[in-house]
Write a new protein. Structure first.
Length: 408
């Protein structure tokens, strides 16, 4: 495999992110990082979309918000949108969402004010070998030109990733699929995260006690997602009082580094401490190595990591799960370092950053229908605060996605 021009691609992506951040966040640059942005600023930071199940309803809908420069949310005109969907992904022009009732991926145009207009749908199950299965996370590559759909038990009871190219009109072109294994043996159920040069993507899974995996994927020249051949992860040695590290979540930075949460354990069912954060370097063949050790990897106050999200700058890493949400300084290949305490003790299921230092997080719904929460924080490498109005009550949140502004 050859990956020509990846340095140029990485620098180009970083330049775009930096310019977007400057344009969006200019009102805040002269302020202390621990204060909110100027209340008079009218430039929105992001559009925020949450699929959820309203009270006394059996179908989902999408709540849509406009995030101001200080992170405060206001509903978008037309919200809630009566679209019965679950997982979502956005690329600046379109939202893609998995239907709750059918094996369809719906496409919606994102209007300039953030409103959603239905465009079309495609039955993803028609292409998989079993013509069955349900959709898990949807993820776009770093350019937003390809969509990857995790399909549960769609090939001989195994999970697969299906690949689609995004056409200019929002329709999807099927490319193929890759088999990633049986769910009971650690097949992925979280979205993969692409490194900055957009070739390799990684996900980590701890499906249940003793069933775990770290999955390495690469985006081929045809945009088809494939498994990295002979993929190898050089896991750090566990501490003396544990037998193994189990990977839980993964997130890539804008360069060639991948953060993971690892749980030390003496299986079966004997965790040692709380999850720690490790930083890997992705090499030209896709393999991951690290110089981090059990002595210098920081421990989280989150007791089980459900989600891990890297800030667009690659300088901050958010960990959310059972026990709450916490943010760390991410330092490339060097060990991550502690930054914030727990920002909430609510169990967090999913998080996203925008390009203006805001972190959005939804709480886990649980087995019974109940009110949930949407948290918004303003976080920079030197300060953090909860945004005005946060947390917001959202009944039974299902999924979350965030469209940074301005739109392309």
């Amino acid at each position: 495999m050859q990956y020509v021009g990846r340095t140029v691609v990485r620098l180009h992506a970083q330049l775009i992110a930096a310019v977007s951040a400057i344009l969006c966040c200019a009102p805040a640059l002269a302020q202390n990082a621990e204060t909110t942005r100027a209340a008079g600023s009218s430039a929105p930071a992001a559009y925020v979309y949450i699929s959820h199940t309203p009270e006394n309803s059996s179908t989902n809908q999408i709540e849509a918000f406009r995030a101001a420069a200080n992170g405060q949310l206001t509903p978008i005109a037309g919200s809630p949108f009566r679209e019965d969907v679950q997982t979502m992904a956005v690329n600046g022009r379109y939202m893609f969402a998995a239907s709750s009732q059918t094996t369809d991926i719906n496409t919606y145009k994102i209007d300039s004010n953030g409103a959603l207009q239905y465009v079309t749908a495609i039955d993803y199950a028609q292409y998989n070998p079993d013509n069955a299965g349900g959709a898990g996370p949807l993820v776009l590559d770093n350019t937003g030109s390809s969509l990857y759909v995790l399909e549960y038990e769609a090939y001989d009871s195994n999970n697969i990733y299906s690949s689609f190219d995004v056409n200019s009109d929002g329709t999807l072109k099927y490319l193929g699929f890759v088999n990633v294994g049986a769910p009971s043996f650690g097949a992925p159920y979280l979205a993969p995260s692409f490194v900055g040069y957009n070739v390799f993507a990684y996900t980590a899974t701890d499906a249940s006690d003793m069933y775990f995996s770290t999955t390495g994927l690469y985006r081929s020249s045809s945009h088809l997602l494939k498994s990295i051949q002979n993929f190898n992860v050089a896991m750090p040695a566990p501490p003396a009082d544990a037998r193994i590290y189990y990977p839980q979540t993964a997130a890539a930075d804008p360069g060639s580094h991948v953060a993971m949460t690892l749980q030390a354990e003496n299986p079966p069912g004997a965790p040692v401490g709380t999850p720690v954060i490790v930083s890997f370097t992705a090499h030209g063949n896709g393999d991951l190595t690290t110089s981090n050790t059990s002595a210098d990897m920081p421990a989280t106050e989150v007791t089980f990591a459900n989600d891990l999200k890297m800030s667009p700058s690659g300088k901050l890493l958010a960990v959310g799960g059972t026990g709450g949400l916490q943010v760390f300084h991410f330092n490339g290949s060097e060990p991550a370092t502690h930054y914030t305490p727990l920002l909430t003790t609510d169990t967090i299921s999913l998080m996203f950053w925008d390009n203006c230092n805001h972190l959005y997080a939804i709480t886990q719904s649980g087995a019974q229908p109940a009110p949930g929460k949407l948290y918004v924080f303003t976080i920079t490498p030197t300060g953090y605060t909860q945004a005005p109005g946060s947390p917001y009550t959202i009944f039974q949140p299902v999924s979350l996605t965030v469209q940074p502004l301005p739109l392309p």
